[in-house]
Design a protein around this ligand. Sequence first.
Ligand code: 5RP
Length: 224
Amino acid sequence: MNQVDFKKKAAGEKAAEYIQDGMVIGLGSGSTMYWMLKALGQKVREGLSIQGIPSSIKTENWAREFGIPLTNFEKVNRLDLAIDGADEVDPHFNLIKGGGGSLLREKIVDQAADHFIVVVDDSKLVDELGAFPLPVEVVSFGWQLVKYRIEQLGCQAELRKRNGEVFVTNNQNYILDCQFNVIKKPEELHHKLKQMLGVVETGLFFNMTDRVIIGKDNEVKIQE
Ligand code: 5RP
C-alpha cells in the first residue's frame, strides 16, 4: 500500500468509530470511503446494528460486499450521519467533490444527514478551492452550450471522458470539469452555475461539514 492509501485508510477507519448503534448512515463515495466501508462491515459483523444509504452504485456494491445493511429514501427521510470523501477542503470546510463523478447522489445523501463527516488524506487540504477542476453535472442534451456558458464565468471546461468514452454518471448525465484555478466565492459560483439551464448540480459543497478527519503521515487529525 502506498503512503496516500495508508492515509486514506487511517482516515476512513477513524470515521467508522463515529457510527453508533441504530444509526442510519449516508455512505459517500471514493477510495477513502472504501476503507470506511470495510471497517464498518467489520463492526456490523461484530454486532453493530445500522443501515446505510449509498451515494453511488460503486459504494452500494462495496457495502453489499462488506455485509452492510442498506435502506433507501422510500423508507427514511433523514439520516443520522453521513461520511464522505472530498477532492479539496478549504479552511472554512467548503469542499470540491465529484472527482469520482458521484456528486449529485452524494449531495442528496450528505445534505439529508444531521451530521456530516468528511474523510481525506492531507493532500486534499487547500487554502482556496479551485486548483482541482470543479465537476459540474449537466444533462447530456446541449452540453456544448452549457460548456460555453460556464466558460463565460472564467474557466476552461472539459467534458469528462474515461478510456476515450464520454463518462456517464449514475444518473445518466455528463460531467464538465471546470478549471477555475481559484474559486474566491464558492457559494456565489455555485448559485450562478445552478441558474444555468442544463446544469444539474455542482461539486461545491458548503455549510454542510461538521468535522474533517485527515489522514497524515503518522497520525489522524480531526478538525471541527
Ligand atoms: C466522488 C467524490 C469522492 O469523495 C472524492 O473524489 C474523493 O475521492 P477519494 O477518496 O478516492 O480521493 O467526491 O464523486
